[in-house]
Write a protein that binds this ligand. Structure first.
Ligand code: UD1
Ligand code: CA
Length: 449
């Protein structure tokens, strides 16, 4: 059965106290809307339709970076969840199959739960996703009769009896596209809020002789994010999940609670991550790598058996060959570090290519930026860059070449050559003692400065 996703993301999220649309706040380095898209994408849907409204242009830009094929539809006025889903109708033109409605601010829905909803569709026309609420509060209450969902009552419209129900509406639902759109066209606004409620569907369906049901999932999965505190709580849950996933996959975390992952962090078996390491988006670590304490990584690929840190910073475009070493207080950006190459201390390597087994001395800097443009530095295999070398790009140092400590390299160095680019040392006998005597005399007031 073909499926399509309709993701609701038009709401403002007033309680976030933010200029930014709610669904663009991030968990694990990805906006909430991306989590909903990625979870829905596991169903391999034929179409993904995102309903945008508040901050539509920004939301649409984020959506297309995660799924260029997603169709964004604007809901000019937020007239309710039922109205929002109806806006997707033109984007579903010609689609035959099931629609699954997701919320852009509900990031933890598991693929298994979506599959369970589709499974329940085999026996019912409309399937809502519910959960046992610890505190039912403002959630819609599910009125069940056996496995039939008769109606959903919004808290504002509920009687005392309804309010006692703890089986609540997550908002997610599945149903045949044509059936849903047909029913939605008949939803009215005769409720406390004066909105078009998606939750009117079960009663409308039942009146038509169709069957609606609700399946349950754990409350944690339906967690919606409305405030900064909920966002922080959701991040903590996400991190706890990622840590458990990494440990299960054979990654050693010495102090798991101090390591932060991104939504797309991949780490191979037998890698070791020391305490206080932060993974931004786009990091892949191969087997046997060792990431030492207080390192910050984003957009980097670490080959097998690499050693990084402590206190290393790997920025986007970093590619470490197998066995490469990046030591303390080293920053790497848009650079390929060859197999077995070493950058062990206090260096900046940006827009560069280092050959295999090159050794970069402490304090080396690739001067990649002239204030307007970026330039590349190329260092050959087995080259030895002396401590405190400045490599003024664009520049190439050949294979097995050597730069003398403290050199400012502005010209290419041929293979196996030695480059000296610093002033020659001059010794003045006795001058240090003479200078000190003079300074002390000035301080004591016995001499004019
Ligand atoms: C909704 C449900 C409620 C359920 C709860 C779960 C309805 C009427 N109520 O209430 O039963 O328990 O979710 O969290 O459906 N949105 C739009 N356009 C609109 C209105 C909403 O895109 O015109 C989006 C919002 O951005 C949000 C989602 O739909 O992502 C839910 O809307 P929200 O206003 O938060 O619904 P609730 O009042 O929480
Ligand atoms: Ca909500």
């Amino acid at each position: 059965m073909p499926t399509a996703l309709v993701i609701l993301a038009a709401g403002q999220g007033t309680r976030m106290q933010s200029e930014r649309p709610k669904v663009l706040h991030q968990i694990g380095g990805a906006p909430l809307i991306a989590h909903a898209i990625l979870s829905g994408a596991t169903l391999a849907p034929d179409r993904i339709v995102v309903v945008t409204g508040h901050g539509a242009a920004e939301v649409e830009a984020a959506v297309t970076t995660f799924d260029p094929d997603a169709i964004c539809i604007r809901q000019a006025e937020q007239l309710g969840t039922g109205h929002a889903v109806l806006q997707a109708a033109p984007a579903l033109e010609g689609f035959e199959g099931d629609v699954i409605v997701l919320y852009g601010d509900t990031p933890f829905i598991r693929p298994e739960t979506l599959h369970a909803m589709l499974e329940a569709r085999k026996t019912h026309d409309i399937v809502f996703l519910g959960f046992e609420a610890a505190d039912p509060g403002r959630y819609g209450r599910m009125r069940m009769q056996g496995d039939r969902l008769l109606r959903i009552v919004e808290a504002a419209d509920a009687t005392e009896e309804d309010l006692a129900i703890s089986f609540c509406n997550s908002g997610l639902l599945a149903g045949d596209a044509a059936t849903l759109m047909g029913l939605l066209a008949r939803v009215k606004t005769d409720n406390e809020a004066g909105e078009y409620y998606l939750t009117d569907l079960p009663a409308l369906a039942t009146a038509e002789g169709l069957s609606a049901t609700a399946i349950a999932c754990p409350e944690a999965e339906t967690l919606g994010i409305n405030t900064r505190a909920e966002l922080a709580g959701a991040e903590a849950l996400f991190q706890a999940g990622k840590r458990a996933e990494m440990l299960d996959a054979g990654v050693t975390l010495i102090a798991p609670e101090t390591v932060h992952f991104a939504y797309d962090t991949h780490i191979g078996r037998d890698a070791l991550v020391e305490p206080h390491v932060v993974f931004g988006p786009g990091v892949t670590v191969e087997t046997g790598a060792h990431i030492r304490a207080f390192s910050h990584l984003e957009g980097a690929h670490l080959g097998a058996d690499t050693v990084v840190g402590p206190y290393a910073r790997l920025r986007p475009g970093t590619e470490l060959g197998n066995g490469a070493r990046i030591g303390n207080f080293v920053e790497v950006k848009a650079a390929r570090i060859g197999e077995g190459a070493k950058v062990n201390h206090l260096s900046y390597i940006g827009d560069a290519e280092l050959g295999a087994d090159a050794n970069i001395g402490a304090g080396t800097i690739t001067c990649n930026y002239d204030g307007v443009m970026k330039h590349r530095t190329t260092i050959g295999a087995g080259a030895f860059i002396g401590s405190n070398t400045l490599l003024v790009a664009p520049v190439t140092v050949g294979a097995e070449a050597f730069t003398a400590t403290g050199s400012v390299i502005t010209e290419d160095v041929p293979d196996q050559a030695m480059a000296l680019a610093r002033a020659r040392q001059v010794n003045k006998p006795g001058l240090a003692a003479k200078l000190m005597a003079r300074l002390k005399a000035i301080k004591a007031g016995k001499k004019e400065p």
